[in-house]
Design a binder for this molecule. Structure first.
Ligand code: SF4
Length: 91
């Protein structure tokens, strides 16, 4: 049986795209899913903070990324990645 904290953790898990350090700033993802991806000051694609990422063509961006830098990861209700995942680190 799951504890209350485990149930709460599962309840607040969202799927969030993640960009790792292999990004070569080709602009494919920002062109396809401009409401999800943007470039940071270092020129790497990063993920905007949104309540959810459904129906925003993220799968098309994943398919179009030439270096497979984008993947789906789990995040909590604040948008923070779970499982030790950190933005722009390989997972
Ligand atoms: S499609 Fe991939 S390589 Fe191109 S900007 Fe987006 S994350 Fe970077």
């Amino acid at each position: 049986m799951l504890s209350d904290s485990q149930i709460s953790s599962l309840k607040w898990t969202i799927k969030k795209p993640h960009v790792n350090s292999t990004c070569i700033w080709c602009s494919a993802c920002t062109a396809i899913s401009g409401d999800v991806f943007e470039f940071d000051d270092d020129g790497l694609s990063c993920v905007k903070s949104l309540a959810n990422y459904e129906n925003r063509d993220v799968d098309d961006s994943i398919a179009a990324c030439p270096v497979n830098a984008i993947s789906w990861q789990e995040a909590d209700e604040t948008g923070k990645y779970k499982n030790g995942v950190v933005e722009h680190r390989d997972v």
